[in-house]
Design a protein around this ligand. Structure first.
Ligand code: HEM
Ligand code: NAG
Ligand code: NAG
Ligand code: NAG
Ligand code: NAG
Length: 268
């Protein structure tokens, strides 16, 4: 079944990197007051990623969204979210493919379709049929309204949300890309909102925190959020990702995984 090949394709990458990083990187103290949320200005770049946009809106990444490299992004993710570098190393390497510069990228670059950016997102429209960069409340309403009757989201609700979002994209987007690559990346992003806004071991995250991250691209400090004390690492992220995939009842829409390799669209 798909889970076996998923494990051999992406699981190996994640497992190898977790083996290579057994001791968690220490997290520095943060002067949160020195990092107030500010809306981006008209010339500032933002991305399809609520996690990175929030880092820029709080000045943990350059507020203009430019000149990013692997180390500034990995440092900011560790400092603010306690996400261990091993979790994001594949993402930052892929991000460099989206840029014309060999060692830096912008928050605008990473919207490049089918490098990291994919269809059936949780809060953005599909590339072929709309705006794949900016938050869209209609799209987000599936996640916002999930797990009714409870105050938190979890891996089961996250999987159900992905199933509904994928069905919507399959119904409306004739250009949909939905392969093993996408199910792994999309479920990894779901695991990140659960782990970063909630508990990376149980995968439960307060709804209010998740909604503030998506809707305002703001850290919900005023609402009581604090950085996870448990390091968010490859082991707990892979475990949440697999539970989410199982709960999403996923099937491929056909075709092989595609990686867009350059901003001009070279791919295979
Ligand atoms: C710092 C921790 C991070 C968190 C908490 C995070 C969280 C998320 C979440 C929840 C989504 C899903 C958005 C949606 O489906 O509407 C997402 C999407 C995305 N993220 Fe991140 N992310 C992080 C780091 C990164 C890094 C390091 C990169 C690349 C440099 C990246 C690039 C992207 C991109 C391109 C998307 C769009 C994928 C799509 O089309 O759905 N993210 N991220
Ligand atoms: C990444 O960017 C930071 C800030 O601009 C810079 O200090 C650092 O030297 C860069 N690192 C690499 C590896 O290029
Ligand atoms: C959609 O798919 C068609 C047929 O493969 C292709 O010609 C077209 O360029 C695609 N459009 C987008 C926006 O990807
Ligand atoms: C948001 O997505 C919906 C489809 O679900 C679409 O009809 C609407 O035009 C989008 N809104 C914006 C501002 O792009
Ligand atoms: C899961 O997917 C299969 C095959 O697409 C479908 O027959 C089944 O009804 C789905 N189950 C749920 C709970 O959605």
């Amino acid at each position: 079944m798909f889970s076996k090949s998923l494990l051999s394709f992406f699981g190996t990458i994640a497992l190898l990197s977790s083996v290579a990083n057994t001791a968690p990187s220490p997290v520095a103290d943060v002067d949160w007051d020195a990092h107030q949320w500010m809306a981006p200005g008209p010339d500032d770049f933002r991305s399809p990623c609520p996690g990175l946009n929030a880092l820029a809106n709080h000045g943990f990444l350059p507020r203009d969204g430019r000149g990013l490299n692997a180390s500034v992004v990995l440092d900011a993710a560790l400092t603010v979210y306690n996400v261990q570098p091993e979790v994001l190393s594949l993402a930052v390497k892929l991000a460099l493919l989206t840029s014309n510069d060999p060692s830096t990228f912008t928050l605008d670059d990473i919207k490049l379709h089918n490098t990291i950016e994919s269809d059936a997102s949780l809060s953005r429209e599909d590339f072929a049929i709309g705006d794949n960069v900016h938050f869209n409340e209609t799209i987000f309403s599936t996640l916002a309204n999930s797990n009714p009757g409870f105050g938190f989201y979890d891996t089961t609700s996250a999987g159900q949300v992905q199933q509904i979002r994928l069905a919507d994209s399959e119904a409306r987007n004739p250009n949909i890309t939905n392969t093993q690559k996408e199910i792994f990346f999309r479920s990894g992003a779901s695991a990140l909102y659960l782990g970063v806004m909630g508990d990376p071991e149980t995968g439960k995250a307060p709804k209010e925190f998740v909604q503030v991250l998506f809707r305002e691209e703001r850290l919900p400090i005023a609402e009581g959020w604090h950085r996870s004390e448990t390091p968010i690492n490859s082991a707990n992220q892979l475990s949440l990702t697999q539970l989410i995939i199982a709960a999403s009842n996923w099937t491929s829409s056909g075709g092989c995984p595609v990686f867009t390799l350059t901003p001009s669209g070279l791919h295979f």
